[in-house]
Design a protein around this ligand. Sequence first.
Ligand SMILES: C[S@@+](CC[C@H](N)C(=O)[O-])C[C@H]1O[C@@H](n2cnc3c(N)ncnc32)[C@H](O)[C@@H]1O
Length: 221
Amino acid sequence: MANYEKPDTWSIKAQREAYPARSVYKLKEMDEKFRLIPFKGRGMAGDNSGSALAGGFRVLDLGAAPGSWSLYVLRRLAGAGFLAAADLSPLSRQYDQGLFDGGNFSFIRGDITSPELREALLELGPYNLVISDAAPATTGSRTVDTLRSLELAETALAYGEAALKRGGALVIKVFQGGDSGALLKRVRGLFESARAFKPAACRRESFETYYVGLGRLPKGG
Ligand SMILES: C[S@@+](CC[C@H](N)C(=O)[O-])C[C@H]1O[C@@H](n2cnc3c(N)ncnc32)[C@H](O)[C@@H]1O
């Protein structure tokens, strides 16, 4: 077993920058590389108006606890837009400084595979960006973990399919193995471009990666 309990440089940086988990740097890297969230004054995924955040950039964060990705998105949105988030577990309130109480944020505690939660989250859409870092509690068996992760990734893809605006973007965590290649093919069919990307902050020994879809194609197109 690697040093899972020992704080590494990413964990220390996360603490210093007031994020509850090191995973924030995976999203940050993907945001910087793929321009997932617009800066004020620049156009954005799923919005052809060119008015950037003024149009109301909407994000869905699946598997959001303890809340680093949600905090990152809210800090980037800087009061504009809207973020919906969901997880089986509650969010940590250690670092949010009231951001999780803001009117542009909604967290629902529950199972993202349940039809009730799906309906509630779809009602809060449509979204410009769907991000999923959802992962099963690992068992140590790569076969079991990969299979469970794939189910969550399939679920996230279904949210992307149903709830993304045209031109929107999708990021989903996948444990490589099993049928994960087939899933990437399906992402490719729904977006102008799609690829697998492993951020530097992923633990070297981890078999996780992210599928990134950019430019949601028109439904049925
Ligand atoms: C790696 S953590 C997410 C970390 C988060 N992105 C952050 O930056 O704080 C994976 C999360 O997926 C959640 N999860 C796993 N299965 C889920 C399910 N069926 N429904 C909702 N959340 C789920 C877990 O509870 C866990 O909090």
